[in-house]
Every structure is written in structure tokens, then in C-alpha cells.
Design a protein around this ligand. Structure first.
Ligand SMILES: *Cc1c(COP(=O)(O)O)cnc(C)c1O
Length: 351
């Protein structure tokens, strides 16, 4: 049958999310979900929410959430937009700033969804290769990105987990003639973040999500902070009611439980340090991580073998085939029992 799709869509492979398998005794360490439950305040909302309210449409701009984020960051609600997950915000950004005439530059390796979103727009993708082993930024990043209208920086990066020097990022933001998006999906697990740049530079957008550090991947809530002008522009192409009423209430409750949040983030960071040491004792090389996962090279440098051997034992990690990534597996920090089971299986393979 003749295809009625736009040629750009026919040419796309489509983004493949990490699998959500239904195996018995599964140890699931493949999509960077949080090993802890979300805040108990989330359950409280679920128990007490008045279903009759759902007769009405939700607040189209999720202003209660916007105000809470604005207040905590010392900005105005006009500097904040809420999305149905940060993937929703990425969709708005790519529709706004890319086209067949407006290219997008991204790091490589990084979050491959960016390239799919660019393809949907018929936009050229410029891939900026990171250094081997350290996955550091190249010196000439600005030169490589110069033709682009949109520069995607992921900090900490995924799937590599490392961060980049703040000063370097600031210089890039100041010099790049276009929009710089800093995807901070993992920033809560890092030593610092770039929120200050979104507050002070008119071309910078910082994105956050509740999926990782707030343990709410199933909820779908993300947000972006930028200048009023950029946020107002993004609002034009947002789905009118992109975030449902229940999600708005739940996210706000989780966001306000700062003590629980701080405690669980600290817990993940402590387990990350422990797991890294244990993997290194087994002969793995781990990229310095500021996220809730480790990008780890097994002793034989064969990421695919590691992934497959773990999978046979129902331990699911993520493997990204390819020149720069195929030597590694990406392992989400699990809970104590999951990390212990992972190590037990790995000892069986490599010892
Ligand atoms: C998980 C992730 C996202 C997506 O977050 P959602 O809010 O779940 O859509 C965005 N960017 C990166 C780099 C991620 O790892």
C-alpha cells in the first residue's frame, strides 16, 4: 500500500523505550526508576482525592505547581511551564525551535529521543561526540554546533551519567546563537545544577522531571524554567490540558515533602558509591556518575554479553549497541536486595 505518511515519518525508526518486562523475580535496573517508593504524601492524596472534582477540566497551566516551583527558585510562575513528563516539554521545544531549515545539535552518546523528535520535524541532527572513557565535552563544541538553532545539553548526561564543568556550560550558553536546553533529568543526584543559567540568560531552558528523583515515573510530570518570553512561546503549542488534575495534586504533594525527598536522594547516592566500588572490585570500569545509574564496562569490554548473561538470570540492565556505547551496560541503582542480586550474578559471570 502507498504510504500516506509524511516522508519524514516513514524515514524514522521511532524511539524505543527501555523494556518493561513481566518476568517472575525480575530485577529491573534498565530505565532509571527510583528504587524507593514516592513520598507517603502521594498516597494521602490518592486516598482523599474527591473524584467528583474530575467532572471539570484541570487547570490548563497547572498554576499551583508553577507557583510552588517559582517560589522555591526565586522566580515568577511566568518562568515555568509544566509538562506531561519532560518528554511532553521536549515535544513542545522541538516543534518550536526545529524545522527543515533549523538544525538541532546534541551530544553523542546522549538521550536518543532528541534525534527522533528532530526527525519528525525534518530537522538536521548534528551529533557532537564526547571523549572516549571520560565522556567529556570536546573543546570545539561551539564550532560544531554553530549551524544549529537548538543545542541540547544533558547534564548529568544519559546514558553515561557524568556531568560537565558548570563554567564551560555557562560559556557555551553565553556564546551560542540559539536556544540551549539543559536537560536536568538527573540533576537532583548531582553536585550542582544549571538553574541559575535559566534564571539569568534569555536563551536557556532548564528541564526537570518527577520521574527519577521523585520516584514518580508512572505519574508523568516534568517542568521547564526559562525567560518569560520563551515560556509564553511554548505555551502556544502546549496541549490545552496536558497535565491532568490528579497528577497536579500528587506532584505538588511530593514536591512539598522536602525532607522525604532529601533523605531518599541521599540514599540513592550512598548506594551508587557502594555499587561503584563493588563493580570496580570485579574489574569493571565505571564512568564517574552524578546520576542514579552507572555506565559500566565489564572486564572483557563486551557490553552485549554482559546484558544477555544478566538477562538470563532475570536481571535487566540497558545495553546500547554502537561504537561509543557497545562496550558498556547502563545499570540503574536499585534497592539493597536488587544491587546484591546484580552483584551475585555478575560474580558468577566474571569470577
Ligand atoms: C528519563 C529522562 C527524561 C524523560 O523524563 P520524563 O519526565 O519521564 O518524560 C528526559 N531526559 C532524560 C535525559 C531522561 O533520562
Amino acid at each position: 500500500m502507498k504510504s500516506y505518511f509524511r516522508p519524514e515519518i516513514d524515514a524514522m525508526a521511532g524511539y524505543v523505550p527501555g523494556e518493561q518486562p513481566k518476568m517472575a523475580n525480575l530485577v529491573k535496573l534498565n530505565t532509571n526508576e527510583n528504587p524507593f517508593a514516592p513520598s507517603p504524601e502521594v498516597e494521602k492524596v490518592l486516598r482523599t482525592f474527591d473524584a467528583a472534582l474530575m467532572r471539570r477540566y484541570p487547570d490548563p497551566r497547572a498554576d499551583a505547581m508553577r507557583c510552588a516551583i517559582a517560589q522555591r527558585n526565586g522566580i515568577k510562575k511566568e518562568n515555568v511551564i509544566i509538562g506531561n513528563g519532560s518528554d511532553d516539554i521536549l515535544t513542545m521545544i522541538f516543534r518550536s525551535f526545529t524545522s527543515p531549515a533549523l538544525a538541532m545539535a546534541m551530544l553523542y552518546p546522549s538521550y536518543s529521543l532528541y534525534a527522533e523528535l528532530a526527525a519528525m520535524q525534518g530537522a538536521e541532527v548534528i551529533r557532537i561526540a564526547l571523549a572516549e572513557k571520560t565522556f567529556a565535552l570536546p573543546e570545539n563544541l561551539l564550532e560544531q554546533a554553530s549551524r544549529a538553532n537548538l543545542l541540547m545539553l544533558t547534564r548529568p548526561n544519559a546514558p553515561t551519567g557524568n556531568s560537565f564543568c558548570f563554567k564551560t556550560i555557562e560559556n557555551i550558553c553565553r556564546s551560542f546563537d540559539g536556544i540551549v536546553v539543559i536537560d536536568e533529568a538527573y540533576a537532583d543526584f548531582a553536585e550542582d545544577n544549571c538553574m541559575e543559567l535559566a534564571k539569568t540568560l534569555p536563551n536557556v531552558i532548564v528541564m526537570r522531571t518527577f520521574s527519577k528523583s521523585y520516584a514518580l515515573a508512572g505519574l508523568r510530570l516534568g517542568y521547564a524554567v526559562s525567560s518569560e518570553n520563551i515560556i509564553e512561546g511554548l505555551m502556544k503549542l502546549k496541549d490545552s490540558y496536558n497535565v491532568d488534575m490528579l497528577s497536579q495534586s500528587i506532584a505538588l504533594a511530593a514536591y512539598n515533602d522536602t525532607a522525604y525527598f532529601a533523605d531518599r536522594v541521599a540514599g540513592v547516592k550512598a548506594m551508587r558509591a557502594k555499587l561503584k566500588t563493588e563493580l570496580e572490585e570485579l574489574g569493571f570500569y565505571c564512568v564517574d556518575s552524578q546520576s542514579n545509574f552507572l555506565f559500566a564496562m565489564p572486564p572483557d569490554g563486551d557490553g552485549e554479553r554482559c546484558f544477555k548473561s544478566l538477562r538470563e538470570e532475570a536481571v535487566i540492565v540497558r545495553y546500547f549497541p554502537g561504537e561509543a556505547t557497545g562496550k558498556y551496560v547502563r545499570i540503574t541503582i536499585g534497592n539493597e536486595a536488587e544491587n546484591a542480586r546484580l552483584l551475585e550474578v555478575l560474580r558468577g559471570i566474571y569470577q
